[in-house]
Design a protein around this ligand. Sequence first.
Ligand SMILES: [Ca+2]
Ligand SMILES: [Ca+2]
Length: 168
Amino acid sequence: MAMELRRVASSSSDAGRKHPNLSDEDLQEFQEIFNLVDTDRGGSIGTEELARLMDTLGIRTSPEELKLMVSEIDENGNGEIDFEEFVQVMCRKVNTDYTADEVRKAFKVFAGSAPDGCIRVKDLEHALQVYGREKLTAEEAKNLVAQIECVDGFFRYDEYVTMMMSEH
Ligand SMILES: [Ca+2]
Ligand SMILES: [Ca+2]
């Protein structure tokens, strides 16, 4: 949840970046994975390199399946996966960690008796400190919540989840 909220809080300042949802660390990690797969260092991943990766992962794939996988990712149609295309795939993966329903349910648990689709700011701060893989300290939670739009002490998570999750 903290990760999702951070994305909202930082979206305006990151507007000029190519991958506003990704930190530099994410990009670096993707680059490292990409380099491992791009064994000929040509700057793109071809079907043969993908085949080797699948082999390493212990996944059996036919040449047809490999072609299909590449064509799904290959946006510019040159038959290979370049880094930009690779990042797009990894983003999709990152963003499907939680479904919209799961995030809504999590908010609802912490929202208690707040009106439907809303959570009190102080309950949200509490949630950020106890829920999810990335727990925050009280101060971090306060800072994060201060950056998001709240009305009359409530954060409208329903609208936010709809907006965030439909983006991808
Ligand atoms: Ca290559
Ligand atoms: Ca391509």
